[in-house]
Design a protein around this ligand. Sequence first.
Ligand code: UDP
Length: 245
Amino acid sequence: MELNEVKILGVKIHKVTMNEAFNVFLNLINMNTCQTIFTPNTEIVMAAQEDKELKTILAKGDLVIPDGIGLIYASSLHHLGLEERVPGVEFMDKILKFCNTTKKSIYILGGKPGVAERAAENILEEYPNIRIKGTQDGYFSEEDDLKIIDGINDARPDILFVALGAPKQEKWISKHKKILNVKVAMGVGGSVDIWAGTAKRAPKFFIALNLEWFYRLLTNPSRIFRMFAIPKFMIKVLIDKEFSK
Ligand code: UDP
């Protein structure tokens, strides 16, 4: 399926609303090879300026959704046509709802030891018909990759959620997608912590005012260095003539 896309500082983002993205997902879940979903925000777009491997991986993503209000502001200023933010955490929830009604199965990879299990318990409480085929924490060495992939492939989940943080999760998915026996692999970052209760999503007030990033900074000040990417991005948005190339 050909999807419209935009380029933000050279990074490919699909031009999709939440509902359109979900329709794309419904196609991806019926393919025969592992399809990839990535959820870049402003910080990731900025990281991809230095990290060409990350930029290439995002360019090859089967569904790359705009998860970050900075991307929407940039799109408005440059008339690129992104209509709305598609937060990864909400998209994951839509997928979980779908799995609940269709009895599709999932596997959760990532997070500190115990986090994926706790997330799985809470997901099951909310969506009792989902089949959770397995969980695995995200603190393993590269030598263990194949063993972990064997575990996933033996479990045969439809969807693999990978929460190793960006850009590790994007690189892990891209490196292994050819041998992953799943329909869809999606990088979900901190969403697994939100399901586990080890992190909280911003209150609705912050989300409504497009200040979710600010809430994340307040509750996790160690992100400040990563978040310097946001003002740098906004400056580029305002002055960079090559912005949407
Ligand atoms: N994480 C992991 N293995 C790693 C690094 C991170 O499993 O080697 C997990 C971390 O425990 C957290 C998730 O990845 O649950 C997201 O990490 P972070 O908040 O750094 O990423 P973000 O969501 O901001 O991209």
